[in-house]
Write a protein that binds this ligand. Structure first.
Ligand SMILES: CC(C)(COP(=O)(O)OP(=O)(O)OC[C@H]1O[C@@H](n2cnc3c(N)ncnc32)[C@H](O)[C@@H]1OP(=O)(O)O)[C@@H](O)C(=O)NCCC(=O)NCCS
Length: 188
């Protein structure tokens, strides 16, 4: 996927105010599909995020993430207040939420330094299509440009080979630690 950052956009400090979203880039997939990249979700995207998180037919989301509890049963607003900054990829002609990547400060007992947690999801129609690598690198670069010297962490279930491979593809190192529940911590 090719991502073209919009010119002359000066991002305010992150996170943005609740429901504010700024279109920071346009993107085109290998298949020629057009997308927009936003920082932040407006209310309509929050509704999509909730529905996608409750989607029981999406086995990967249900098995590998807590999004059902986080966004489906819980409130996006409560999550956002924890200083989370979401980046989203939206298919232009349908306005569908294709993928989300978020970051935010989170201390981990297992790692003494300050890290910002990172998380990523591509939704079923858009998964495995080569959209995520460039989107992931782009979102991290923008976030790092606003939070100098930021270090990223990701907690991933050890059986989630796709997410571990993805983390490696965007520059995370091999697992640093294994948590009691079997998840691994990767850092970048
Ligand atoms: C993890 C996830 C975001 C990756 O998205 P994706 O659409 O597969 O990503 P892409 O097609 O853009 O692939 C990007 C890279 O990820 C890596 N990757 C993807 N699937 C992989 C797999 N099954 N095994 C190993 N590496 C994999 C590859 O390096 C790939 O690059 P390549 O195709 O050039 O080799 C996606 O699988 C997903 O949303 N899974 C469900 C939710 C989830 O588990 N989120 C993470 C919770 S910790």
């Amino acid at each position: 996927m090719i991502i073209n950052q919009k010119e002359n956009i000066v991002l305010p400090s992150l996170p943005l105010l609740m429901y504010t979203n700024i279109n920071i880039a346009d993107a085109t997939s290998k298949e020629g599909d057009n997308f927009s990249v936003f920082v932040g979700l407006d209310k309509e995207k929050v509704i999509q995020l909730k529905a996608l998180s409750l989607d029981e037919s999406d086995i990967e989301i249900q098995k590998n993430t807590s999004d059902r509890k986080r966004f489906g049963l819980g409130k996006y607003e409560d999550w956002y207040k924890k200083n989370r900054t979401p980046f989203v990829l939206v298919q232009k002609n349908t306005n569908k939420l294709a993928a989300i990547i978020w970051f935010g400060p989170k201390s981990l007992d297992e790692i003494k330094e300050d890290f910002h947690a990172s998380a990523w999801r591509a939704y079923p129609e858009f998964r495995g299509k080569g959209l995520m690598k460039e989107f992931g690198k782009f979102a991290m670069n923008i976030y790092a440009s606003k939070i100098p010297n930021v270090k990223f962490s990701a907690v991933i279930k050890k059986e989630n080979a796709g997410s571990i491979g993805f983390a490696q593809a965007i520059g995370f190192n091999d697992a640093q630690k294994t948590l009691p529940d079997g998840s691994v911590i990767m850092i970048r």
